[in-house]
Design a protein around this ligand. Structure first.
Ligand code: PMP
Length: 568
């Protein structure tokens, strides 16, 4: 009898344990975004089996079934643009070619400017490179002496304009010169930096690192150390640097079981945070307000339209951050605000100030170095402490040869002083109305001309949306470049504007933008079959991929027929 009771109790306990496990699993599944961004493991598997194929010959200009006349128009303009780039910048292109063979990143970037189906022909015709040797105001110069407006924003570093960073570097170097690159000891300017960073972040302590990626690594490590929990939560689409502890899915080979990628702005994710006991930290990149659950839009994946609706809603995102804040406080989870990009761009106090939410740990980088490489972590005393008084060997180890480099510290100090100057502090009051108005004005002009492009923005960060379900929207980046607007390699997904753009500068950029769009329309790239949609595009591409996988072809011949061969 006793045996039976014991057995029954064990079986009931095991059943309950399994049920609870299943329930937790189900909760996690519900909190995943129904896209590849939300499913890292599936995305990696798909990336492995995705076949390479490309459009050859005439198909390059008519993969959407465009009539001959439209395809001819496209081809003529494609060749005209190619000749324009080659004639305009022969020296730059030759130097770029040399770089590409020796710098793996240059080769990677050049291979990922457009969707892969068009890659070879585009690279042959537009051998583009981003080589520049001077900047002045908001323009940059290539090796052939051509000046372009810089819309690339130096990956977000350039908040205040190149001239400001040149000044920070010059003054900062002068101040650090007597010491030189002595490492390990602190330059006395560190104290002033810490005071300013405390004021800015509202937090107690600071640690210095060499990149935004490293600042994030340290934040995550400290959160695990203090909570004694293994897992962290990030949201679908968000970028937190290239460390494979947070960069999971396509691009990283690690099967990360210690990271949950959950759905941004969704109650199912809150439920996971409310119920699990293994979560050390939630990582938030506030830029996701512009495109929740999606990666920063890049032209290499622009195979159709790009969502022209929605856009950023400050109040809605602020409400979401408040919900996260409150569940993190309840459950002892560290809220890490990754302000590597948003710090100093959305407000002097970054997204914390802009959305009115206080984090436990905040990462900064980019602009803060005054033009030099940097990563900074600010946090509460509780989360920043790296050892325990009662357990002498239980420490959280983090170093870095170049952390607190004297030149970086003095340049940072120049930057922070500039940030806190009354003129800059008051310019932030106008920042959002100013860029909202500029974006709206350009959108109105696009609408009046019936051009299928719109811009969305959060402050000075702009993104281009494409309304036409065209297979060729990625071509717009080349029209912009031909109109002397310089973009980063990801193309039109992110136009990162510096705050030194005057009304006249922005008007000049807008004129070029409109002229580029008119040219693109004139060349027929926005033609699409009647009653066509983004969905129809995606379906067609899926069919092509399946055919490539099953049929074993990698190239379509001049008339668009599959040429058999092995799939690469
Ligand atoms: N976090 C965010 C939000 C970023 O935008 C970036 C850089 N784009 C990083 C982290 C990584 O910074 P870094 O490139 O300096 O390593």
């Amino acid at each position: 009898m006793f045996d039976h009771v014991l057995l029954f109790t064990i079986a009931a306990g095991a059943a309950l344990w399994i049920l609870l496990g299943l329930q937790a699993r189900l909760r996690l599944t519900r909190a995943k975004h129904p896209s590849l961004q939300g499913h890292a493991a599936i995305a990696r598997r798909i990336a492995r089996i995705m076949p390479f194929y490309e459009y050859g010959g005439e198909k390059l200009f008519a993969c959407d079934g465009a009539p001959e006349e439209v395809a001819r128009q496209r081809k003529t303009d494609f060749e005209r643009l190619g000749a324009h780039f080659s004639d305009r910048a022969p020296k730059t292109l030759a130097a770029g070619k040399a770089i590409e063979s020796g710098v793996s990143d240059a080769s990677f970037v050049n291979a990922h400017r457009v969707p892969f189906q068009f890659r070879s022909e585009v690279r042959r015709t537009f051998p583009l490179t981003n080589l520049v040797d001077a900047s002045h105001g908001n323009r940059v110069r290539d090796l052939d002496g051509n000046w372009s407006y810089d819309l690339s924003g130096s990956y977000g570093v350039n908040v205040f304009g190149h001239e400001l960073y040149k000044q920070c570097l010059e003054r900062g170097f002068e101040r650090a010169q007597p010491l030189g690159p002595v490492l390990g000891a602190y330059h006395p300017v560190v104290n002033d930096n810490v005071e300013r960073l405390r004021r800015l972040s509202g937090l107690d302590e600071v640690s210095f690192h060499m990149s935004g990626t490293e600042a994030v690594m340290q934040a995550v490590r400290l959160a695990r150390y203090h909570t004694n929990r293994p897992r962290i939560v990030r949201f679908a689409g968000a970028y937190h640097g290239w460390w494979d502890g947070v960069q999971v899915g396509i691009g990283s080979q690690r099967r990360a079981t210690d990271v949950y990628t959950l759905r941004d702005m969704h109650p199912a994710s809150l439920k996971v945070l409310q119920t699990r006991r293994d979560i050390a930290a939630v990582l938030v990149s506030p830029l996701q307000t512009l495109h929740p659950n999606r990666a920063a839009p890049g032209d290499a994946t622009l195979v159709s339209g790009r969502d022209g609706t929605g856009g950023h809603d400050r109040d809605r995102y602020a409400r979401w951050l408040h919900q996260l804040r409150s569940v993190c406080s309840e459950r002892g989870i560290a809220l890490i605000m990754d302000e590597v990009f948003s710090g100093f761009r959305l407000a002097a106090g970054g997204a914390q100030e802009y959305f009115g939410v206080a984090a436990d740990l905040v990462t900064y980088g980019k602009s803060l170095g005054g033009g030099l490489p940097v990563g900074v972590l600010c946090g509460t005393h509780h989360f920043m402490k790296r050892y325990r008084d009662d357990r002498p060997m239980d420490v959280c180890f983090a170093r870095g040869t170049f952390n607190s480099h004297p030149y970086v510290m003095t340049c940072m100090n120049e930057f922070l002083r500039h940030l806190e100057s009354p003129a800059v502090a008051s310019s932030y009051e106008q920042l959002h109305p100013l860029w909202d108005r500029r974006t709206a004005t350009l959108n109105r002009a696009l609408e009046e001309r019936d051009l299928p492009i719109r811009l969305a923005n959060v402050g000075s960060l702009l993104t281009v949306h494409y309304l036409a379900p065209s297979r060729y929207n990625w071509m717009f980046q080349f029209y912009l470049r031909a109109h002397e607007l310089s973009l980063s390699w990801t193309g039109t997904g992110r136009l990162i504007m510096s705050h030194d753009y005057t009304e006249a500068d922005f008007a000049a950029v807008s004129d070029r933008f409109l002229a580029a769009a008119e040219k693109m329309r004139h060349a027929g790239w926005w033609w699409h079959p009647p009653k066509w949609s983004d969905r129809a595009n995606r379906r067609q591409i899926l069919r092509e991929m399946l055919a490539a996988r099953l049929g074993g072809y990698r190239t379509l011949d001049a008339s668009g027929n599959a040429v058999t061969g092995r799939v690469r």
